[in-house]
Design a protein around this ligand. Sequence first.
Ligand code: IMP
Ligand code: MG
Length: 186
Amino acid sequence: MSKDQQVIIHGKVFELFLEKKDIKKAIKEMAGKINDHYGDQSITVIGVLDGVFMVLADLLKRLKMPVSLELVKLKSYQGMQSSGSVSKLLGLTSGLKDHHVLIVEDIIDTGETLGYLLQELRKEQAASIQIASLLLKPSVFKNRFPLEYVGLEIPERFVVGYGMDYDGEGRQLPHVYALSGSESLP
Ligand code: IMP
Ligand code: MG
Protein backbone atom coordinates (compact mmCIF):
# COMPACT_ATOMS: atom_id res chain seq x y z
CA MET A 1 0.00 0.00 0.00
CA SER A 2 1.45 3.40 -0.95
CA LYS A 3 2.02 5.85 1.86
CA ASP A 4 -0.59 8.18 0.36
CA GLN A 5 -3.41 5.65 0.82
CA GLN A 6 -4.14 6.58 4.41
CA VAL A 7 -3.25 9.14 7.04
CA ILE A 8 -3.69 9.19 10.79
CA ILE A 9 -4.79 12.43 12.44
CA HIS A 10 -5.31 12.70 16.20
CA GLY A 11 -5.29 8.88 16.28
CA LYS A 12 -8.07 8.47 13.67
CA VAL A 13 -7.56 6.68 10.37
CA PHE A 14 -8.53 8.54 7.19
CA GLU A 15 -8.53 6.84 3.77
CA LEU A 16 -7.65 8.38 0.42
CA PHE A 17 -10.94 9.70 -1.01
CA LEU A 18 -10.21 12.25 -3.76
CA GLU A 19 -6.87 12.47 -5.48
CA LYS A 20 -5.19 15.76 -6.26
CA LYS A 21 -5.79 15.27 -9.99
CA ASP A 22 -9.55 14.84 -9.48
CA ILE A 23 -9.66 17.95 -7.32
CA LYS A 24 -7.74 19.95 -9.94
CA LYS A 25 -10.16 18.74 -12.64
CA ALA A 26 -13.21 19.76 -10.60
CA ILE A 27 -11.70 23.20 -9.99
CA LYS A 28 -10.91 23.65 -13.67
CA GLU A 29 -14.53 22.85 -14.55
CA MET A 30 -15.86 25.26 -11.94
CA ALA A 31 -13.53 28.01 -13.19
CA GLY A 32 -14.74 27.45 -16.76
CA LYS A 33 -18.38 27.91 -15.70
CA ILE A 34 -17.54 30.99 -13.63
CA ASN A 35 -15.64 32.53 -16.57
CA ASP A 36 -18.57 31.78 -18.89
CA HIS A 37 -21.07 33.33 -16.53
CA TYR A 38 -19.29 36.59 -15.69
CA GLY A 39 -17.36 37.24 -18.91
CA ASP A 40 -15.41 40.52 -18.46
CA GLN A 41 -17.51 41.64 -15.50
CA SER A 42 -15.42 42.54 -12.40
CA ILE A 43 -16.20 40.40 -9.38
CA THR A 44 -15.46 40.40 -5.66
CA VAL A 45 -14.52 36.94 -4.45
CA ILE A 46 -15.27 36.30 -0.80
CA GLY A 47 -13.21 33.38 0.45
CA VAL A 48 -14.42 31.76 3.66
CA LEU A 49 -11.38 30.93 5.81
CA ASP A 50 -9.73 28.80 7.00
CA GLY A 51 -10.55 25.77 4.89
CA VAL A 52 -10.83 27.53 1.53
CA PHE A 53 -7.21 28.62 1.13
CA MET A 54 -6.15 25.81 -1.21
CA VAL A 55 -9.31 26.04 -3.31
CA LEU A 56 -8.81 29.78 -3.67
CA ALA A 57 -5.18 29.43 -4.69
CA ASP A 58 -6.08 27.02 -7.50
CA LEU A 59 -9.41 28.55 -8.56
CA LEU A 60 -8.35 32.19 -8.71
CA LYS A 61 -5.43 31.47 -11.05
CA ARG A 62 -8.00 30.28 -13.59
CA LEU A 63 -10.38 33.25 -13.41
CA LYS A 64 -10.09 35.64 -16.33
CA MET A 65 -12.15 38.67 -15.20
CA PRO A 66 -10.86 41.42 -12.85
CA VAL A 67 -11.06 39.97 -9.33
CA SER A 68 -10.96 41.67 -5.91
CA LEU A 69 -10.42 39.30 -3.02
CA GLU A 70 -11.90 39.52 0.46
CA LEU A 71 -11.04 36.88 3.05
CA VAL A 72 -13.56 36.39 5.82
CA LYS A 73 -13.79 34.12 8.79
CA LEU A 74 -16.91 32.37 9.97
CA LYS A 75 -16.54 29.09 11.79
CA SER A 76 -19.28 26.66 12.75
CA TYR A 77 -17.25 23.52 13.31
CA GLN A 78 -15.79 22.10 16.52
CA GLY A 79 -14.10 18.73 15.94
CA MET A 80 -16.17 16.55 13.63
CA GLN A 81 -19.67 17.80 14.30
CA SER A 82 -21.28 21.07 13.42
CA SER A 83 -21.76 23.07 16.61
CA GLY A 84 -25.07 24.24 15.22
CA SER A 85 -24.30 27.83 16.09
CA VAL A 86 -22.33 30.17 13.88
CA SER A 87 -19.98 32.87 15.08
CA LYS A 88 -20.07 36.30 13.53
CA LEU A 89 -18.59 37.49 10.26
CA LEU A 90 -15.03 38.80 10.58
CA GLY A 91 -12.69 40.40 8.10
CA LEU A 92 -14.84 42.14 5.49
CA THR A 93 -12.76 45.23 4.70
CA SER A 94 -14.75 47.00 2.01
CA GLY A 95 -18.38 47.71 1.16
CA LEU A 96 -20.03 45.47 -1.43
CA LYS A 97 -22.73 47.80 -2.71
CA ASP A 98 -23.31 47.12 -6.42
CA HIS A 99 -20.50 44.52 -6.52
CA HIS A 100 -20.91 41.14 -8.17
CA VAL A 101 -20.02 38.84 -5.31
CA LEU A 102 -18.82 35.25 -5.63
CA ILE A 103 -18.58 33.39 -2.33
CA VAL A 104 -16.01 30.59 -2.42
CA GLU A 105 -16.11 27.66 0.01
CA ASP A 106 -14.19 24.42 0.46
CA ILE A 107 -17.15 22.30 1.56
CA ILE A 108 -20.83 22.75 2.30
CA ASP A 109 -22.32 20.40 4.83
CA THR A 110 -25.55 21.65 6.46
CA GLY A 111 -25.25 25.03 4.75
CA GLU A 112 -25.72 26.75 8.08
CA THR A 113 -22.47 28.70 7.84
CA LEU A 114 -23.27 29.96 4.36
CA GLY A 115 -26.86 30.71 5.29
CA TYR A 116 -25.56 33.08 7.93
CA LEU A 117 -23.01 34.64 5.58
CA LEU A 118 -25.70 35.21 2.94
CA GLN A 119 -27.92 36.88 5.49
CA GLU A 120 -25.07 39.23 6.46
CA LEU A 121 -24.08 39.94 2.84
CA ARG A 122 -27.63 40.75 1.77
CA LYS A 123 -27.41 43.82 4.01
CA GLU A 124 -24.56 45.06 1.79
CA GLN A 125 -26.79 45.46 -1.29
CA ALA A 126 -24.48 43.72 -3.72
CA ALA A 127 -25.55 43.67 -7.37
CA SER A 128 -25.51 39.84 -7.32
CA ILE A 129 -24.34 37.01 -5.09
CA GLN A 130 -23.34 33.55 -6.31
CA ILE A 131 -21.75 30.61 -4.50
CA ALA A 132 -18.96 28.23 -5.52
CA SER A 133 -17.96 25.27 -3.35
CA LEU A 134 -15.46 22.56 -4.17
CA LEU A 135 -17.42 19.92 -2.23
CA LEU A 136 -21.06 19.46 -1.25
CA LYS A 137 -22.74 16.83 0.93
CA PRO A 138 -26.18 16.88 -0.75
CA SER A 139 -27.73 14.46 1.76
CA VAL A 140 -27.03 16.93 4.59
CA PHE A 141 -27.47 20.27 2.82
CA LYS A 142 -30.87 21.67 3.62
CA ASN A 143 -31.24 23.29 0.20
CA ARG A 144 -32.13 26.63 1.65
CA PHE A 145 -30.51 28.52 -1.19
CA PRO A 146 -29.19 27.85 -4.71
CA LEU A 147 -25.57 26.77 -5.22
CA GLU A 148 -24.36 27.94 -8.62
CA TYR A 149 -21.03 26.08 -8.82
CA VAL A 150 -20.30 22.76 -7.10
CA GLY A 151 -17.09 20.87 -7.85
CA LEU A 152 -18.01 17.44 -6.53
CA GLU A 153 -20.89 15.96 -4.57
CA ILE A 154 -19.80 13.58 -1.84
CA PRO A 155 -21.59 11.28 0.61
CA GLU A 156 -22.04 12.16 4.26
CA ARG A 157 -18.49 11.41 5.40
CA PHE A 158 -16.07 13.54 7.35
CA VAL A 159 -13.16 14.58 5.14
CA VAL A 160 -9.77 16.25 5.64
CA GLY A 161 -7.02 17.58 3.42
CA TYR A 162 -6.71 20.16 0.66
CA GLY A 163 -7.41 22.89 3.23
CA MET A 164 -9.91 20.98 5.38
CA ASP A 165 -9.02 19.96 8.92
CA TYR A 166 -9.85 17.62 11.73
CA ASP A 167 -9.39 19.60 14.94
CA GLY A 168 -6.84 21.89 13.33
CA GLU A 169 -4.73 19.31 11.52
CA GLY A 170 -4.61 17.86 8.03
CA ARG A 171 -5.04 21.07 6.04
CA GLN A 172 -1.72 20.70 4.20
CA LEU A 173 -2.55 17.33 2.62
CA PRO A 174 -2.63 17.53 -1.21
CA HIS A 175 -5.40 14.91 -1.49
CA VAL A 176 -8.74 14.62 0.33
CA TYR A 177 -9.11 11.79 2.85
CA ALA A 178 -12.33 10.45 4.43
CA LEU A 179 -12.70 9.11 7.94
CA SER A 180 -12.39 5.33 7.73
CA GLY A 181 -15.64 3.37 7.99
CA SER A 182 -14.18 1.52 10.98
CA GLU A 183 -13.74 4.78 12.92
CA SER A 184 -16.53 6.50 14.81
CA LEU A 185 -17.19 10.11 15.70
CA PRO A 186 -16.27 11.18 19.22
P1 IMP B 1 -21.89 23.79 7.42
O1 IMP B 1 -22.24 25.07 8.10
O2 IMP B 1 -22.48 22.59 8.15
O3 IMP B 1 -22.27 23.77 5.95
O4 IMP B 1 -20.34 23.57 7.54
C1 IMP B 1 -19.50 24.40 6.85
C2 IMP B 1 -18.06 24.37 7.30
O5 IMP B 1 -17.78 23.29 8.19
C3 IMP B 1 -17.18 24.17 6.10
O6 IMP B 1 -16.87 25.38 5.49
C4 IMP B 1 -16.00 23.48 6.70
O7 IMP B 1 -15.09 24.44 7.18
C5 IMP B 1 -16.57 22.67 7.82
N1 IMP B 1 -16.85 21.27 7.39
C6 IMP B 1 -18.01 20.73 6.97
N2 IMP B 1 -17.87 19.44 6.66
C7 IMP B 1 -16.57 19.15 6.89
C8 IMP B 1 -15.78 17.95 6.73
O8 IMP B 1 -16.23 16.86 6.31
N3 IMP B 1 -14.46 18.08 7.04
C9 IMP B 1 -13.89 19.23 7.50
N4 IMP B 1 -14.59 20.36 7.65
C10 IMP B 1 -15.91 20.32 7.36
MG1 MG C 1 -15.15 26.35 4.74
